[in-house]
Design a protein around this ligand. Structure first.
Ligand code: UD1
Length: 419
């Protein structure tokens, strides 16, 4: 097992390239199941979740070639095993995105239930209900979802709650359904637009992606295409905070500010000077201590839950008191006790974190618990006096490409070492 060792207190400075989005790459890779030819994916991030997705697709009969550093070919057009096995699904909830495409293309699918998750129960009932609305028969037994259909039939789907991956599952399934599907109360994330753009290139007929109502007119088949994944707004936001929390400055390259409005607004409120153009964002904190920011997480275009933990780290050294309320996941606070061990003054009231900023944190031995909580611990370690050790780095590798290398480029003293 690897751990990260961070010697904090260095203001970061420099520029860093932002990778392709994890949450766009995963659904697009699963969309390759729908196509009758190979998908070429450019700007694919180097993440363990991408490797898990490729392993899962290969286990089902797909072939893949790594063409270059960040380009890969996946041919999932002729699956030989319509099963998403527990051993792979258990490590990555996004595996549920095999369900819609398999059902639409082959009329059957057996997908392991994703199981427990450190940030809450995260059920898949809304995925299953919407697929039943499209005409699928679904049974859950022995930890597996068994789904079958003669043919999915387009209909009106009303999500009672905004859900990202269920919107994606239904969007993909509806592309090969008979007739028209309308998704109401759809998630509006940029990653959904990226998926819809890729499906449209494949030949799907989709309007409204990026709004709360998406229309899909079913077609009889889709073809292989080349697609370039959009930038990762959560990785970008995390590096902006890395500079802000150390009083430094950073220029992000290969990024898009348009999808980061809520994050950028909060960083400006915290006292950062932010400038952007088409593909870059520059943040300069000019050595200042951050001002505290009040946050309420909510579905896009509002403030993302995937940035909540990182802002908790920033608020922990801010000059004053603030609250952060989590409304998406009921138990996404694993970072709070760890940050407290570094001297942060954080308390939880229901789903709200109350922070009373301290002047400085002290390095400590910490345990990473989930992807974004782990990122917040790295950020706190960068700001803290002394040495911070973060164990279970595999959580970070799910969503941050070579995090220690990128932070080193910005001047951080950080090493990955083996236990
Ligand atoms: C996706 C993202 C994740 C992000 C989250 C919220 C991917 C691969 N993951 O996760 O990074 O944190 O969106 O922006 O894109 N829910 C149900 N029943 C369901 C589905 C969801 O009750 O069938 C609930 C969830 O428990 C949660 C809320 O709906 O409380 C939103 O979850 P959802 O948007 O589905 O999250 P994911 O798609 O799993």
């Amino acid at each position: 097992m690897y751990k990260l060792v961070v010697k904090g207190g260095i203001p970061l400075s420099g520029s860093v390239n932002i990778a392709g989005s994890k949450n766009a790459a995963l659904p697009i890779l699963f969309a390759s199941i729908l196509a009758d030819g190979p998908l070429k994916l450019n700007n694919s991030p180097h993440l363990s979740d991408v490797s898990t997705t490729l392993r899962l697709l290969m286990d089902m009969g797909a072939e893949f070639i790594l063409e270059s550093d960040s380009s890969l070919f996946v041919d999932a057009s002729n699956l030989t095993k319509l099963v998403a096995d527990y051993n792979l699904v258990k490590t990555m909830r996004a595996s549920i995105l095999t369900l819609g495409p398999m059902l639409a293309k082959y009329g059957e699918a057996k997908v392991s239930l994703p199981g427990g998750c450190a940030i809450g129960t995260r059920p898949v009932n809304l995925h299953l209900k919407a697929l039943e609305d499209l005409g699928a028969q679904i049974e859950v037994k022995g930890g597996y979802i068994y789904a079958s259909t003669k043919k999915l039939i387009g209909t009106d789907i009303h999500f009672e709650q905004v859900t990202v991956t269920a919107t994606e599952n239904i969007l993909m399934a509806a592309t090969l359904a008979e007739g028209t599907t309308t998704i109401h109360n759809a998630a509006q994330e940029p990653e959904i637009i990226d998926l819809a753009n890729c499906l449209t290139k494949m030949g799907a007929k989709i309007t409204g992606a990026g709004t709360s109502i998406i229309n899909i007119e079913g077609v009889s088949n889709l073809s292989g295409v080349t697609h370039t994944v959009c930038p990762d707004r959560i990785e970008a936001g995390t590096y902006l905070i890395a500079a802000a929390i150390t009083g430094g400055q950073v220029t992000l390259k290969k990024t898009k500010h348009q999808s980061m409005r809520a994050i950028i607004e909060k960083l400006i409120e915290s006292g950062a000077d932010i400038k952007y153009d088409e593909n870059t964002i520059t943040l300069n904190m000019k050595g200042k201590r951050p001002s505290p920011v009040n946050i309420r997480t909510s579905a896009y275009p509002n403030f993302p839950t995937d940035m909540q933990a990182q802002f908790c780290a920033l608020n922990s050294i801010a000059d004053g008191q603030a609250t952060i309320t989590e409304t998406i996941f009921e138990n996404r606070f694993m970072h709070i006790p760890e940050l407290s061990r570094m001297g942060a003054n954080l308390s939880l009231e229901g789903n709200t974190v109350i922070s009373k900023g301290v002047k400085s944190l002290t390095g400590a031995n910490l345990m990473a618990t989930d992807l974004r909580a782990s990122a917040s611990l790295v950020l706190a370690g960068l700001a803290a006096h002394g040495t911070t050790t973060i164990e279970r780095v595999y959580h970070l590798d799910r969503g941050y490409e070579t995090i220690e290398e990128k932070l080193k480029l910005l001047g951080a003293d950080i090493e990955r070492i083996q236990d």
